[in-house]
Design a protein around this ligand. Structure first.
Ligand SMILES: C[S@@+](CC[C@H](N)C(=O)[O-])C[C@H]1O[C@@H](n2cnc3c(N)ncnc32)[C@H](O)[C@@H]1O
Length: 226
């Protein structure tokens, strides 16, 4: 990232989250990597992601990992029944959320990511993390546009850290509903930095909880099948 981009990001972060929250987010990000021997921190710019996928220009959100505190807060009220299925992170970036999801009793973890460079980095992180923690790498990553990802009938938790614009999200939300129509089951959708929560409501998703950490809003949804 150029110095100019870095400066722009710092200014945006300070304006949005305030000084203390920006510092906490930064520390949370780098401490995670220090503790686990991974490389998930930092930003991967929107323009780099879009360059390799020009048709999706204007729909992509830059890579930035979810803070561990935010992840734990959003996961804390999930019912044990949905924790026993599969977990999907739509727009998994460097794989930080998949690494954190390894601490829960999911059967399998799935990442979906548009950038081949980020998929490579996520796979490297999974390999190193699992070797260090002596954990079974239960995760697989799909490289491509989330709209074309086939949702496994065993998936019970759908995770989104504001990865794309509503034009893409709407397709994915429809795919989730279609998967539930074909294979009815209890599921939850976790949405961090939930800019499109009003649109989700219109898709007959029922909000079951809502919260905020570091001035970032998150919400948990029950996708209803009607
Ligand atoms: C804000 S990051 C979230 C990273 C990760 N989920 C986390 O929380 O640590 C958003 C990610 O979504 C990816 N993305 C954007 N549009 C996508 C699409 N259409 N299909 C799949 N991934 C996409 C970006 O490349 C980026 O890595």
């Amino acid at each position: 990232m150029s110095q100019f981009e870095m400066l722009k990001l710092c200014r945006a972060s300070l304006a949005r989250y305030g000084f203390m929250n920006s510092c906490r987010l930064l520390v949370d990000d780098y401490l995670f990597d220090l503790k686990h021997g991974t490389k998930t921190a930092g930003i991967y710019s929107k323009s780099r992601i879009e360059n390799s996928n020009p048709t999706l220009q204007g729909t992509v959100v830059q890579y930035q990992g979810t803070s561990s505190r935010l992840f734990q807060a959003a996961m804390k009220d999930l019912d044990s029944s949905v924790l026993k299925g599969d977990f999907i992170d739509f727009g998994c970036g460097r794989g930080k959320v998949l690494l954190m999801a390894l601490d829960y009793p999911f059967k399998k973890l799935h990442g979906v990511e548009l950038s081949d460079k980020l998929v490579q980095e996520a796979e490297e992180n999974l390999k190193n993390y699992c070797a260090k923690k002596k954990k079974n790498p239960l995760a697989s990553i799909y490289l491509g546009d989330a709209r074309f990802y086939q949702i496994p009938p065993t998936a019970t938790v759908f995770f989104f850290y504001n990865p794309f614009t509503w034009s893409i999200f709407e397709h994915v939300a429809e795919n989730i509903k279609e998967s539930l129509r074909r294979h009815p089951r209890e599921t939850r959708l976790i949405y961090i930095n939930d800019l499109h929560w009003k649109e989700l409501e219109k898709k007959e998703m029922q909000c079951v909880s809502r919260g905020s950490e570091f001035r970032i809003n998150y919400s948990v949804w029950n996708p209803l099948v009607v």
